[in-house]
Ligand binder design. Structure first.
Ligand SMILES: [Zn+2]
Length: 207
């Protein structure tokens, strides 16, 4: 296989990228000036050594701090309220919410959703990791609210019910507030595309 064929196969491993788009990327690279390719190569080189997963929120991150640290910049930020944890599906949702600059707590990324009638839901999301994190927070008296920000879909609902049931067994009813982003405002909207006003409304009207 030559380099263009190898690259096509590599691009096809990206989520949502089929053979046609993969080839489009390769042709783009063939046309591009070497400066762009150098930038791409150097960014990939950096990721190779610095890409890490945060040991608190489980987000993958690649900023410079990743070299020394296993905790991401959000979880390390002293100005954020660590007693509020927002439970989300994926990194893209976190990026979208951060862009609205309307949330000052921390996150927990489940890393997936549970479809209805799943036999072993605990294998599809980071429930064990969430339980461990909550146990630690409870013993440090470091948790006040857990906010569910999951998609308004069947899978999102099943996931919320499952996680909520598990969380309630740990935190004890009444001690920690459990809330969900307002639905009417976010219905049919994917969190990863949320804009500032929609998110602010859904957040302020959570219940
Ligand atoms: Zn983190």
């Amino acid at each position: 296989m030559n380099a263009t064929e190898r690259l096509t196969e590599l691009f096809m491993r990206f989520p949502g990228i089929g053979p046609k788009q993969a080839k489009r990327f390769v042709y783009y690279l063939l046309r591009e000036h070497s400066h762009f390719k150098e930038q791409l190569i150097s960014a990939l080189e950096e990721l190779k050594f610095t890409g890490r997963q945060c040991d608190v929120c489980f987000r993958y991150f690649g900023d410079k701090s990743a070299v020394q640290d296993a905790t991401c910049s959000i979880c390390k930020d002293e100005t954020r309220n660590r007693k509020t944890v927002m439970i989300i599906e994926k990194e893209l949702d976190l990026d979208a919410i951060e862009k609205t600059a309307s949330y000052a707590g921390i996150y927990f990324i489940l890393g997936g959703l549970i479809p209805p009638l799943t036999e072993k839901p605990s294998e599809l999301i980071r429930i064990r990791e969430l339980v461990a994190m909550l146990h630690q927070k409870i013993s440090n008296n470091d948790i006040e609210e857990i906010i569910f920000a999951l998609p308004v879909t069947d899978n999102g609902d099943v996931t919320r019910e499952y996680v909520e049931k598990t969380v309630k067994q740990i935190v004890g009813i009444g001690k920690v507030k459990l809330s969900t982003l307002a639905r009417g405002l976010s219905s049919g909207l994917e969190l990863e595309y949320v804009d500032k006003n929609t998110f602010k409304n859904a957040f302020e009207h959570r219940g």
